[in-house]
Design a protein around this ligand. Sequence first.
Ligand code: NAD
Ligand code: DAU
Length: 356
Amino acid sequence: MHKHLLVTGGAGFIGSNFVNYWHEKHPQDKIIVLDALTYAGNRQNLINLENSPNFFFIHGDICDRPLVDNLLEAEKITTIAHFAAESHVDRSILTPSTFIQTNIIGTFTLLESFRHYWQKQNQPSAYRFLHVSTDEVYGSLKAHESAFKENTPYAPNSPYSASKAGSDHLVRAYYHTYNLPTIITNCSNNYGAYHFPEKLIPLMCINILLGKSLPVYGDGQNIRDWLYVKDHCSALDVVLNKGKEGETYNIGGNNEVKNIDLVELICQIMDEIAPNLPVKPANQLITYVKDRAGHDRRYAIDSSKLQKELGWKPKATLESGLRSTLQWYINNQQWWQPLLSTDYQKYYQQVYGTFK
Ligand code: NAD
Ligand code: DAU
């Protein structure tokens, strides 16, 4: 049976990578993207699909219940892949309310709508509600602590991660209360093409190309566990096709790196592959800046459940994924230049004190 997917947030970073991936791998499936096109949503990310008969774009909000109800019925949706969210921790510190609205109320709206629709169809067991979540719900690890497992207690520390934790709890409750066929995935830090400039890797890459300073928070010793976005997409494919309803799967690349080491590596690769850099070697641009409030020290994901039970493995190494990502930003300046808008500069000034 061909799937009819509703992909929320499909114009954002991971959502658009997922839609492009899915369409190539499963061209017979119908994909409907529902996206509010916030600052982070960009139809350019989906430009390759615009003429495909199996792709449709709906500009709308996941909190709009009548819209979601109509979409599920009209498009005979079998699968929701829910990516739509406010996703940036620094913005959640500045304006938490939009995170509560989209991440909690938005997820609740989708769950309610899907529940009624699914019940009306006599509860088909093949339907799925895939909730794409984050490792940040598990909180922060100390140096000696072992990586997050699916049963690690939740301990979110930022308004962003607290709102994601709230949405995870709702999804869990809908499985236990109504038997709604949900699956939750908790993934580590992604990187790759179409990543909005505010996030660490694209920010460093773009600033190197522009000769701007490279702001490293605090002492630069915080650790993140990096996963190439295409490996995240292949994991979600496996989860949607083989995963068990009601389960949670952790997804990660086993690539724990200190921020400062990652920034040094980005500088080194950019020195090698980017032509005519304004400042070279690029690491002269590194500047330590005021730490993020409540900055989590370390994330690490144990994805052995996914690997053992569903047979998934990431393909990219940090070095290979980073090289193709940085090359993509070098080749696609017309994609990111317009994103450095007045609004973005205003945001940048709020976080970093200057847009130099
Ligand atoms: P993103 O910020 O790049 O994209 C979010 C998308 O959601 C945008 O297209 C935006 O327009 C859309 N959106 C926002 N509010 C909406 C609303 N109310 N209605 C409809 N659409 C709305 O985010 P991302 O980095 O691609 O993350 C996607 C999902 O994956 C999020 O749920 C995030 O929590 C999760 N996640 C991200 C990472 C990461 O490293 N980026 C890691 C693990 C999990
Ligand atoms: O772990 C998964 C999460 O990864 C996702 O759920 C989030 O949506 C995603 O944004 C990401 O969150 P982080 O806060 O880890 O990502 P970010 O790219 O913002 O920052 C990565 C690390 O780099 C973090 O320790 C903060 C630091 N940093 C970030 C920026 C933007 C800096 O040192 N300087 C910066 O300018």
